[in-house]
Design a protein. Structure first.
Length: 611
C-alpha cells in the first residue's frame, strides 16, 4: 500500500466511511481527557485526527508527538460531532479516527510557532525551510505555479515556442550594474549574467522563430527594495510581424486569462493613456487608478505671485506647480488633523520636496476681503502672498468645495511628480481616504503608451534611453533623433495594475540605419556600438523582420495577486535588501585556490577617511 492515499487538506465528506493513509506534519496536539486530537498539515491544508486510548500501542505513540514531527496516519474518515464543525477548512466537517500511527521523523523544538503572525523577516529568512511550511507561504508558491502553468498554456495555444537563452553572456552595461562571472579559461575576461534576454530574443526573431517565450531568471546588481531582487523571474515574450496594437491585444488576453483562471477575477477593460497624460494627471507613469485624486496644473497661474516658492518653480526651467484637492480634508469633524497635515509635510521631504503648502477651504463663497482678511473663507499662511486672480483660478481649476483641503507642490517637475504623486497614493489609501471614498477596492488595469524615446541626464550631459536603445520610434519620428531627441516618441508600452508596472515592452528597431540614429542620439560611437552590440547589428543586415515584445515580472504579478507586502513573500529562497541569503549565508568568501584558478587577487578596501 502507498504511504499516502490522500492529502490531508483534501479529506472531505466525499470520503466518509473510507480508510485513508495520510502523511504530514504535526501542527498541533491536544489532550482532552484521555482522547488525543492531532491536527496534521500538508501543502493542501489540515485535517483533524482522533487518537483513542483503546488502541494502546498507537495511543502511546500519540502521547509522544510534538509540533513538526513528520508522521503517517491510517484511519477511518467519519463525521465530526455536532458543534465541532470548522467551516473554515475543507476538511472541517470530518475527522480521521486513527488506527495506525507512525513517526516517520521526529523534530527538535522549532525556533518559532508556525502560526505566529509577529515573526520578523530576519527570523523567517534565516529559518526559511520552516517558514515555507506555513500555509501562507505554501498558498503563495502554489498560486505562483498555477500562474506559470496558465501562462504556458495560453502562449502554447497561440503558437509560441519556449526557447532558452544563455545565462553566461557578454557584458553590455546600459542600465543596472551587471553581475559578473570570471572566466577560468580566458584570463582577465568575464561573463555577465543577463539583465534580460533582450538581445538574444531579437536574434531569435531574425532567425525566424517568430513567436518566442521564456520564463527566465534575470539578474541586476542594484539597490533593493520591496519589489526588487538581485535575481527575479521574467515572463519574456517576443513576436514578429505584429503591430504594437496586435502585441498589446495578445498579452492583454494572456493576463486576463491568467487572472480569471487562477483567481476568478475579471479585470475588465484596459484603458489606454499616453505617458504625457499620466504624468500630467498623476505625476507617475504607473498611476494607481483606484485612487480618485488627481493633480491640477497651476504652473502658468503662479508665474507672478509674491510667494517665491511658487513663482520660482513656475519660472524655472522644467519647473512645475500643481495642486492636489483632498475632498473633506478641511472639515472640522472628520477632516485631516493638523498633526496629520504636518506629517504629510515631512513625508514629501523623502522625495526631495522642501515642504508642503496648503489651503483649507472653509467657505468658498467668501471672496476677497480687506488687507487684514485677504480671503476670509480660506485658511492658509500662503494666501496673503497670492494675488486674487491666482486664488480665484486655483479654486476654479481644482473645483474646491467647502471643507476641502488643497495641497501644493512646487519645484522641479521630477520632485513635484514624485512627492505629490506619492502623497496622492498615501492619502488615497489612508483610513481617511477609505472613509471618504477617495480610493476603491478593485482591480484597475491600464496601458501607458507613447513614452518619450529619451531623457536627458543632467549629470552625464547626454541623453539616455527611457526603455532601452533597441526601442523603435513612432513612425515619422526617426529624423527627430538627430535634430530634437527630446521630441521623439517611442513605440513603447507598459501594462500597469493598481499602481504597479506589471510588464513593459516595445516594438523593436529592425533596421540598422535607424538603430545607428539611436546610437548617435545616445552618443554611442560606432566603435563602442560594434564592441557592445556588434553581433546584433550584424544580424540586422540579414533581412531582420519587424518585431516586438514585452516582459512581465512574474514575482510582481504574484505579489499583486496575493496582496503580499514584498516579492520576498512569493519567492521560495529570496535575498534580503542587502542581497544576502540568510539561509545559506551567501554570498560567502571562497578559498585562495579558487581565486588563483580564476586569476583573481583581492584588494584590501581603502579605509574611509573621516569627514
Amino acid at each position: 500500500m502507498a504511504m499516502r492515499s490522500h492529502y490531508c487538506g483534501l479529506v472531505t465528506e466525499a470520503l466518509l466511511g473510507e480508510t485513508v493513509s495520510l502523511c504530514g506534519w504535526v501542527n498541533r496536539r491536544r489532550d482532552h481527557g484521555g482522547v488525543i486530537f492531532v491536527d496534521i498539515r500538508d501543502r493542501e491544508g489540515y485535517v483533524q485526527v482522533v487518537c483513542d486510548p483503546d488502541r494502546a500501542a498507537m495511543f502511546q505513540v500519540a502521547e509522544g508527538l510534538r509540533n513538526e514531527f513528520c508522521i503517517q496516519v491510517r484511519g477511518l474518515v467519519r463525521s465530526r460531532p455536532t458543534g465541532t464543525i470548522n467551516e473554515n477548512l475543507k476538511s472541517g466537517k470530518v475527522e480521521v479516527l486513527c488506527h495506525e500511527l507512525t513517526v516517520l521523523n521526529p523534530s527538535v523544538t522549532p525556533p518559532f510557532q508556525l502560526d505566529d503572525e509577529s515573526l520578523s523577516e530576519t527570523t523567517r529568512l534565516t529559518h526559511r525551510v520552516l517558514d515555507l511550511r506555513r500555509p501562507y507561504m505554501q498558498n503563495n508558491l502554489m498560486l505562483r505555479y498555477r500562474v506559470a502553468m496558465e501562462v504556458r498554456k495560453y502562449l502554447d495555444s497561440h503558437g509560441f515556442l519556449d526557447i532558452e537563452t544563455p545565462m553566461l553572456g557578454k557584458s553590455t552595461p546600459e542600465g543596472a550594474r551587471d553581475y559578473l562571472v570570471p572566466s577560468r579559461v580566458h584570463d582577465g575576461h568575464f561573463f555577465a549574467l543577463p539583465q534580460s534576454p533582450q538581445l538574444f530574443k531579437q536574434l531569435l526573431m531574425i532567425a525566424g522563430y517568430d513567436r518566442y517565450y521564456q520564463l527566465t531568471k534575470c539578474f541586476r546588481d542594484e539597490d533593493l527594495r520591496a519589489d526588487r531582487q538581485p535575481e527575479f523571474t521574467q515572463i519574456d515574450i517576443e513576436t514578429s510581424f505584429l503591430t504594437e496594437q496586435d502585441i498589446r491585444d495578445l498579452v492583454q488576453g494572456m493576463i486576463t486569462t491568467v487572472f480569471k483562471n487562477t483567481m476568478g477575477v475579471d479585470l475588465g477593460e484596459f484603458p489606454v493613456m499616453a505617458y504625457s497624460e499620466a504624468m500630467h494627471r498623476y505625476g507617475s507613469d504607473k498611476p494607481d487608478l483606484r485612487v480618485k485624486l488627481e493633480f491640477t496644473e497651476l504652473t502658468d497661474v503662479m508665474t507672478d505671485v509674491d510667494f517665491k516658492v511658487f513663482s520660482g518653480a513656475a519660472n524655472m526651467k522644467d519647473g512645475r506647480v500643481v495642486g492636489l484637492r483632498v475632498p473633506g480634508g478641511a472639515r472640522e469633524v472628520g477632516g485631516l488633523a493638523r498633526s496629520e497635515i504636518d506629517a504629510y509635510g515631512e513625508f514629501v521631504k523623502i522625495y526631495g520636496a522642501k515642504g508642503l503648502a496648503y489651503i483649507k477651504v472653509n467657505d468658498v463663497s467668501k471672496g476677497p476681503g480687506d488687507a487684514s482678511a485677504r480671503w476670509p473663507g480660506l485658511q492658509s499662511p500662503v494666501v496673503k502672498n497670492l494675488h486674487d486672480k491666482a486664488i480665484t483660478e486655483v479654486l476654479a481649476r481644482t473645483g474646491a468645495q467647502n471643507g476641502d483641503l488643497i495641497f501644493f507642490g512646487a519645484d522641479k517637475s521630477k520632485i513635484v511628480n514624485d512627492a505629490i504623486g506619492a502623497l496622492r497614493i498615501k492619502i488615497g489609501h489612508s483610513e481617511f481616504g477609505k472613509k471618504n471614498a477617495l480610493s476603491e477596492k478593485a482591480w484597475r488595469p491600464l496601458w501607458v503608451v507613447d513614452f518619450p524615446m529619451f531623457e536627458f541626464d543632467e549629470e552625464a550631459q547626454r541623453y539616455t534611453a527611457v526603455h532601452h536603445p533597441f526601442t523603435a520610434p513612432k513612425e515619422g519620428h526617426e529624423d527627430w533623433m538627430v535634430t530634437a531627441p527630446e521630441k521623439c516618441i517611442s513605440q513603447g508600452y507598459d501594462m500597469v495594475l493598481n499602481g504597479w508596472e506589471m510588464g513593459g515592452g516595445s516594438v523593436r528597431i529592425h533596421r540598422a540605419d535607424v538603430q545607428q540614429k539611436v546610437f548617435d542620439a545616445l552618443k554611442i560611437t560606432p566603435e563602442e556600438a560594434q564592441e557592445k552590440f556588434g553581433f546584433l547589428l550584424d544580424a540586422l543586415q540579414y533581412g531582420a523582420p519587424p518585431h516586438g515584445g514585452l516582459a512581465f515580472g512574474l514575482d510582481r504579478i504574484i505579489t499583486l495577486m496575493t496582496g503580499a507586502e514584498s516579492i520576498r513573500d512569493v519567492i521560495a529562497f529570496p535575498k534580503t535588501q542587502r542581497a544576502q541569503c540568510l539561509l545559506t549565508q551567501a554570498p560567502s568568501p571562497v578559498d585562495e585556490k579558487q581565486l588563483r584558478e580564476l586569476h583573481i587577487r583581492l584588494r584590501t578596501p581603502e579605509p574611509v577617511k573621516a569627514g
